[in-house]
Design a protein around this ligand. Structure first.
Ligand code: TRP
Length: 448
């Protein structure tokens, strides 16, 4: 993994394209194809879509650039990065929070990712069990969860270039192709028009504080922001690369894939008279009903779930990489040891989530926010609350502690002509992002 004599033991992306694909690989995952459609469906469709796009643009992109800049400047994991920029300060805690959030998101995300692997075979053999029957079968759900955890470990163990980057380069373009195919099928179904109207014709009467909260949470989750994943990925970015354009490409690709997923789900859903607000099972219930309408539908369906598993894998990789980078950089652990121990921990933490989907009924009816299941609670706490808390702290750190004056030099490296954009970015990170996120967080706590 030597890279021209620099950064020999940490590793570096081989090129800007390599970075963009790996970072887009982290961003694009179940968040786009599983979470985005069901959250959009629950929040009324088009109006949510618009709010989501506003959140990505106003808050997501600036925080993305802030994270990448912190990472590339310090060349460190989140804990080390805050420590390097403000030595001896309590800002390191933000890094620790990120490591913790990463492990916790990884724990339940891998459970869902396991389901997608199961659906490859299920679709291929034309098995018609319902989603809830599938997830409540412990003999399937737990081994699949374990399998996915091991797959993640094997890639992350391979390191930056040979592990993460190589796989992202092959797999992301393939996913795009299959999505296009499914969109064509879905929008040409009879009755697809009502789905398109639901998705594109906004009804702002349906917007409440909760909608805004869901849109912001979805933006952080989907862009992999708020816990230092992009600090870590930025730390492997070459000084020759342009942080601003790289970050914008990642946000653009991620948003494009989410919008495309909606274009598959909603037309099909309305064509089949299903309920858009059905919740987390949505994608797993709708898609298996479109595939039989395609020639060789079970093969196309299996291919789809295969690529979805792969998209999930490039995301679990980044979730595992943050804690791994921390242990390798700060505690000088061997990469292999760090990876297995963190993944083992996350697996144990994920077991109650896996059991909460029908295997142990008590875990599905907890008096907690997030819909009552343990998995729902973890998602609420870490994806909605902790990512927002992380993102607000990161923008305050960047705007008020490190300050644009110091950060500007790093942003200019590889991008000498940023000019006035820096001023816009500064205003966003100092005022717009912290204030908007704070409003949403306050609302979150008064509405629990
Ligand atoms: N963004 C991924 C998705 O949409 C999930 C993810 C990967 C993530 N790494 C992250 C979310 C870091 C938050 C933080 O599926």
């Amino acid at each position: 993994m030597a890279t021209e004599g620099r950064e020999i033991d940490r590793g570096e992306w081989s090129s800007k394209v390599g970075f963009i694909l790996a970072a887009a690989g982290s961003a694009i995952g179940l968040g786009n194809i599983w979470r985005f459609p069901y959250v959009t469906g629950q929040n009324g469709g088009a109006a949510f879509l618009i709010l989501y796009l506003v959140c990505v643009l106003l808050i997501g992109v600036p925080v993305m650039i802030a994270e990448l800049t912190i990472g590339r400047y310090s060349r460190k994991n989140p804990v080390g990065a805050f420590g390097a920029i403000k030595p001896g300060s309590w800002w390191k805690i933000v890094g620790y929070l990120g490591v913790l959030t990463g492990v916790c998101i990884l724990s339940y995300y891998t459970v869902m990712a396991g389901y997608t692997i199961g659906y490859i075979v299920k679709t291929l053999i034309g098995n018609e069990t319902s989603f809830s029957a599938f997830t409540s079968n412990g003999r399937l759900a737990i081994p699949l969860f374990l399998l996915f955890s091991v797959l993640t470990v094997l890639v992350v163990q391979g390191g930056i270039r040979n592990g993460i980057e190589r796989w992202a380069k092959i797999l992301m373009p393939l996913l795009l192709l299959l999505l296009v195919l499914l969109i064509i099928r879905s929008v040409t179904l009879e009755g697809a028009g009502r789905g398109l109207a639901f998705y594109f014709k906004p009804d702002f009467g349906k917007v409440t504080g909760k909608t805004v909260l869901a849109a912001l949470g979805q933006a952080f989750f989907s862009l992999s922001l708020g816990m230092g994943a992009m600090i870590t990925y930025g730390s492997y970015l070459s000084k020759r690369d342009n942080i601003v354009t790289s970050g914008c490409y990642v946000a653009l690709f991620d948003t494009m894939i989410a919008v495309m997923a909606g274009l598959i789900i909603f037309p099909a859903l309305f064509a089949m008279n299903m309920n858009p607000a059905e919740g987390p099972g949505l994608v797993f219930e709708v898609l298996p009903r479109i595939f039989p309408q395609l020639p060789a539908g079970n093969i196309i369906g299996a291919a789809f779930f295969l690529l979805l598993s792969i998209a999930a894998l490039t995301s679990t990789i980044s979730l595992l990489e943050v804690a791994t980078a921390y242990l390798v950089d700060e505690k000088h652990w061997l990469r292999r040891r760090a990876v297995w121990i963190v993944a083992g921990l996350s697996f144990c933490l994920g077991l109650p989530s896996a059991l909460s989907q029908g295997i142990v009924p008590a875990l599905a009816e907890l008096p907690l926010p997030g819909g009552g299941s343990f998995l729902g609670f973890m998602d609420w706490l870490f994806a909605n609350v902790m990512l927002a808390v992380g993102a607000i702290l990161i923008s305050i750190f960047f705007g008020w502690v490190w300050k644009m004056k110091a950060a500007a030099e790093e942003i200019r490296t590889g991008n000498p002509r940023v000019g006035r954009l820096l001023l816009v970015l500064d205003i966003m990170l100092r005022f717009v992002c912290p204030i908007l996120i704070l409003v949403v967080l306050v609302y979150l706590f008064i509405s629990v």
